[in-house]
Design a protein around this ligand. Structure first.
Ligand SMILES: O=C([C@H](O)CO)[C@H](O)[C@H](O)COP(=O)(O)O
Length: 210
């Protein structure tokens, strides 16, 4: 099981500062959608250049033009790029084809997908690398989480790795680990802590034991 740090509410300088504290405890660093909106793909390039040993995920949440947008993210240094599960099969197919050209990976985010079991099985058949259940900020504000969704997709996903994101904290991590995803994605559960290094270290310890 791997740990991904999601960086959302910071600029490039702030992202570098957080990663320099926790790099030894994370497997993947995510350049979150809000950073890409604020800073563009320069943020992906800056973090890859500063931390070349880390796998970098660009959370573009692609909805259309899958091949082109994956190409631009990979040019900037992304190792993994996200595409929305609600997008058309042709968008996901284009993203997968483009990523495969350079041995990069695609994570499909099932945020706002209504029938997640059916869509998870469909995108699994399209050859994506990760399928992620995700309660976004707006769902989190309504008290929702994706823990049950993870169990639901695990029974239908045969090929891809599974991932979970959305409001995961140290207190809820054991419940997430019990559902056995391949990848746990944590943003505020690390970045919002007074001692980010300690939070990341403890999360890495728990995730590594699974
Ligand atoms: O993808 C995310 C969200 O939609 C904002 O772009 C976050 O990276 C993801 O939810 C993880 O962050 P936390 O919920 O703070 O753990």
């Amino acid at each position: 099981m791997k740990l991904q740090l999601a960086l959302d509410l910071v600029d490039i300088a702030g992202a570098k500062e957080v990663v320099s504290k926790v790099a030894e405890f994370i497997d993947i660093v995510e350049i979150g959608t809000p950073i890409v909106i604020n800073e563009g793909l320069h943020a992906v390039k800056a973090i890859k250049e500063a931390f070349p040993a880390l796998t970098v995920l660009a959370d573009l949440k692609i909805m259309d033009a899958g091949g082109y947008e994956v190409m631009k993210a990979v040019e900037a240094g992304a190792d993994i790029v996200t595409v929305l599960g609600v997008s058309d099969d042709s968008t996901i197919r284009g993203a997968v084809e483009e990523a495969k050209k350079t041995n990069k990976e695609i994570l499909v985010d099932l945020i706002n997908v209504k029938d997640i079991q059916t869509r998870a099985a469909e995108v699994d058949a399209l050859g994506v690398d990760y399928i992620c259940v995700h309660s976004g900020y707006d769902h989190q504000a309504e008290g929702k989480n994706s823990f049950a969704d993870l169990n639901a997709i695990k029974s239908v996903v045969k090929q891809a790795k599974t991932a979970i994101a959305g409001g995961i904290k140290l207190s809820t991590l054991p419940e997430v680990i019990a559902a056995n995803p391949d990848l746990v994605i944590v943003g505020g559960g690390i970045t919002g802590e007074a001692d980010q290094k300690a939070a990341a270290a403890e999360m890495k310890r728990l995730v590594s034991q699974a």
